[in-house]
Design a protein around this ligand. Structure first.
Ligand code: FAD
Length: 406
């Protein structure tokens, strides 16, 4: 079959790498580079990124890892250890250790909550924030987790998404970091696509998608190309705008999630492990990691790369950035792991919203990937349930592949 793909982000590239084994694939990317919000930006010897924090939520074993395997691209993901630490009162605790900080009364409350959750006797429409109310540590921990993983406050996170995330976590485990960072994955996928005879055009903006009703007619991209099937990796809203099909209305409108990323360079190691530190007590900051602990080439020689993430809560983005910078100052002024403030340098402040958000659909507001037998969507506007960021992108690709293989 001839398959046309709009967009060379992770969704488009994963689909292309796997489908190019048996089909003729052409990808059209509007930007001069491929990888979308999951590739590296070289800045003064540091590998900053167009979006992601060089982290894969369920490491080598999750949905993303399954696509890496299926595509035979050979990219390597190193699983993090520990899964993540929670910073409370200037000390870092593993998830299990948090129990020590909870009073006996709150432990009983938590037990009841967990039982209700297991038995399904909770209102599935409530937010995660509402669910956690009444146990102060749980409120802080929950909010830093949803902020880091979903770029949402706990009150904007539906409880059924958290239930699904927790099932995925118990099945696959915690995060990992790809060797070479985000671009390590993108380069590996590109190699497979080109080796299989696929074509990738950059600087090619698609402004018209046509999927005819008549099965005898071919699909087209910008009028002059003929395809059996089309897959769009552009956001669902943009895809609908440029296509002849309508699949979003007021009932299933995707709501983007906004965020702020601060990249930091430091001579000193500010974290001595390869996972996330969730900053549960910060005003805005949700957490940070140090991906150069896994792959030294992500930082300038003799230095470390730290990436900090915050959900944008209020509309004034400059005020929001100030809050995040104050949080970062507070943490390092407290000599987080024994280093003074002068030991680090802010390399870049990047903000994500509108047409370049953290997620095109925040969890719980995703559109369905299968539009009909010839037209599909992949990416972070069509994530599967409980799909954290690129795991959600991978879930959308897996659903499209399953439909095509029926
Ligand atoms: P994109 O990467 O946006 O790809 C879509 C592509 O389609 C783009 O290249 C775009 O240019 C192209 N396109 C759009 N319209 C057209 C058109 N009309 N014609 C041609 N081409 C078009 N996820 C994680 O798992 N771990 C993290 O650590 C992480 N951290 C993040 C931190 C930040 C600050 C941000 C912003 C995101 C983070 N994410 C993270 C999320 C992750 O980056 C995204 O989920 C993922 O990259 C989205 O991939 P995608 O393929 O859906 O979309």
């Amino acid at each position: 079959m001839k398959i046309g793909i709009i967009g060379a982000g992770l969704g488009g590239l994963f689909s292309a790498a796997i489908l190019s084994k048996n089909h003729q694939i052409t990808i059209y990317e509007k930007l001069p580079y491929i990888g979308g919000r999951f590739t590296n930006l070289n800045y003064k010897g540091y590998q900053l990124t167009t979006g992601a924090l060089h982290m894969v939520p369920h490491g080598a074993n999750g949905f993303f890892g399954q696509l890496v395997e299926q595509s035979n691209c050979g990219a390597k993901i190193i699983n993090s250890n520990p899964d993540g630490l929670f910073r409370i009162n200037n000390t870092n605790y593993g998830f299990e250790e948090l129990k020590k900080l909870v009073s006996f009364k709150d432990k009983l409350k938590a037990l009841k909550m967990l039982t209700d959750l297991k038995l399904g006797t909770i209102d599935k429409n409530m937010s995660f924030g509402t669910f956690l109310e009444g146990i102060p540590i749980a409120e802080k921990v929950g909010n830093s987790f949803t902020g880091w993983a979903l770029s949402l406050s706990s009150y904007d996170t539906p409880i059924d998404e958290v239930i699904a995330i927790s099932k995925h976590y118990h099945k696959f485990g915690g995060p990992g970091i790809p060797m070479g960072g985000c671009k390590g994955i993108i380069d590996a996928l590109e190699t497979v696509i080109l080796k299989n005879g696929g074509k990738i055009y950059t600087n090619y903006n698609v402004d018209k998608i046509y999927v005819p009703e008549n099965p005898g007619e071919k699909c087209s991209i910008n009028d002059d190309n003929e395809f059996d099937i089309l897959i769009s990796n552009a956001s669902p809203l943009i895809t609908q705008k440029i296509s002849n099909l309508k699949f979003i209305d007021n009932e299933n409108m995707p709501i983007p999630s906004k965020g702020i990323k601060i990249s930091i360079g430091s001579k000193n190691k500010l974290i001595n492990h390869n996972s996330v530190v969730f900053t549960t007590e910060s005003e805005r900051l949700n957490g940070f990691n140090q991906p150069s602990n896994v792959d030294k080439s992500l930082a300038k020689e003799g230095h470390n790369l730290i990436m900090a993430h915050a959900t944008q809560i209020k509309n004034n983005v400059n005020d929001e950035i100030d809050l995040v910078l104050e949080d970062i100052d507070d943490i390092f002024a407290n000599e987080f792991v024994g280093h003074k403030k002068e030991g680090y340098k802010i390399l870049a402040i990047q903000t994500y919203r509108d047409e370049c958000p953290v997620n095109h659909a925040s969890n719980g507001t995703d559109v369905k990937p299968v539009i009909n037998d010839r037209f599909y969507l992949v990416g972070d506007g069509v994530k599967g349930k409980g799909g954290i960021e690129v795991e959600g992108v991978a879930l959308s690709v897996l659903e499209v592949l399953a439909h095509l293989n029926k």
